[in-house]
Design a binder for this molecule. Structure first.
Ligand SMILES: NC(=O)c1ccc[n+]([C@@H]2O[C@H](COP(=O)([O-])OP(=O)(O)OC[C@H]3O[C@@H](n4cnc5c(N)ncnc54)[C@H](OP(=O)(O)O)[C@@H]3O)[C@@H](O)[C@H]2O)c1
Length: 214
């Protein structure tokens, strides 16, 4: 499976590394220095390379979008035609200072993103966990219970691709429904952030849903 990373920072750098270590072919793109992209590709210890956003998107089975909300238009422009592509986004529609969501309840960042790329299939996931926990979850992959990770989207085959990424990263994929459910998962991500960064115990935090009565 080939994954193009658009935004190689805390989330994209770590997830791209994890996907490469899980055996995917990865192209890291969109950082302020090409040296950083090359270093990420080298350190991933897998089938990874640095490229432009256009190269990352071309022939990708999944495109991970992992930039600040304010950079979305710029990176999409550089990536070029996204027709038919699966865009897995972890982006949250935050203000410039990352203090609050700038939309919600009647729409969501993921839905607004989907309007920008109407011919692509958008799935929202990885938005509800802090980057600090990603390597720990991946390294605990073999354990009996895995943390949950919610995802939502409107195209079933795109959701299947996202579920594979989630599974390969060490999480238990939880299908939360259509893309409009992003209206719930985006504020939930801020709750997780509050627990991770604002409370004792540190940011290596994931969550797990359990059903009772079955
Ligand atoms: N961090 C988390 O724990 C977390 C959790 C859930 C959701 N999210 C969401 O995920 C998204 C990505 O977050 P993040 O923390 O990974 O952000 P980040 O660390 O700031 O990464 C953003 C990437 O975009 C690149 N970039 C920014 N401006 C650029 C420019 N003008 N030209 C080229 N590249 C540029 C950065 O380059 P450099 O590498 O050179 O800085 C970096 O690689 C955000 O929407 C955030 O809300 C984050």
């Amino acid at each position: 499976m080939r994954d193009g990373i658009l935004g190689s920072g805390l989330m994209g750098g770590k997830l791209g590394t994890i996907f490469a270590r899980a055996g995917h072919e990865v192209v890291f793109s969109y950082a302020r220095s090409s040296d950083k992209l090359k270093r990420l590709a080298r350190d991933a210890q897998g089938n990874a390379r640095a490229g432009t956003p256009g190269e990352a998107a071309k022939d990708a089975d999944a495109i991970l979008l992992a930039v600040h909300w304010s950079r979305i238009d710029a990176v999409l422009k550089q990536a070029g035609d996204m027709s038919g592509k699966v865009i897995v986004t972890c982006c949250l529609p935050m203000d410039a200072g990352n203090t609050k969501l700038i939309m919600g309840t009647t729409t969501s960042g993921a839905e607004e993103l989907a309007k920008k790329v109407p011919r692509a299939h958008v799935v929202l996931t990885f938005n509800t966990v802090p980057s600090e926990v990603l390597f720990g979850v991946f390294e605990s992959k073999g354990k009996e219970t895995r943390p949950s990770l919610v995802y939502c989207g409107d195209d079933q085959s795109a959701k299947n691709v996202a579920a594979k990424l989630i599974h390969d990263a060490g999480f238990d994929p939880v299908d939360a429904g259509g893309l409009r459910i992003a209206r719930y998962t985006e504020p939930f991500a801020l709750l997780v952030g509050e627990l991770a960064y604002g409370r004792e115990g540190g940011p290596e935090l994931a969550y797990r849903f359990e059903r009772f009565g079955e």
